[in-house]
Ligand binder design. Sequence first.
Ligand code: C2G
Length: 133
Amino acid sequence: MGTKIITFGTFDVFHIGHIKILERAKSLGTHLTVGVSSDELNFRKKGRNPIYSQEDRAYIISSLRCVDDVFIEESLELKGEYIKKYNANILVMGNDWEGRFDIYKNLCDVIYLPRTPSISTTEIIEIARSITP
Ligand code: C2G
């Protein structure tokens, strides 16, 4: 039996930081499940709608070689249920969430990986906005 990894994110305007964390997450085990935040959850977290719809974001994530399974994450509070449902052995999160999900250490290992420096969806949106036609 292999090691099952679970991770979560919005993955809006997919970029290099996203693929790198997914590949590093997968390298910790043999099976990677990704919870893609719903549009509504993203609005609650960040106060704005994502640029790409949840269907398109989930489609992009499911097309990646390192990803085995994708579902829509409806609420941050349901993490424990998702960990159990998908039989995850390790929860992987970016270190922008350092410590925030330690409560799940009774269900599985919890590992925070360093973010890729100098890139974010917010920054890409700001750059795109600042380019005048
Ligand atoms: N990430 C990264 N490097 C970056 C940008 C993002 O490693 N330069 C990682 C984040 O740390 C996160 C993942 O990519 O682990 C997805 O990032 P977001 O889409 O910003 O995820 P977020 O909205 O923080 O959602 O349940 C938790 C949330 O759903 C996490």
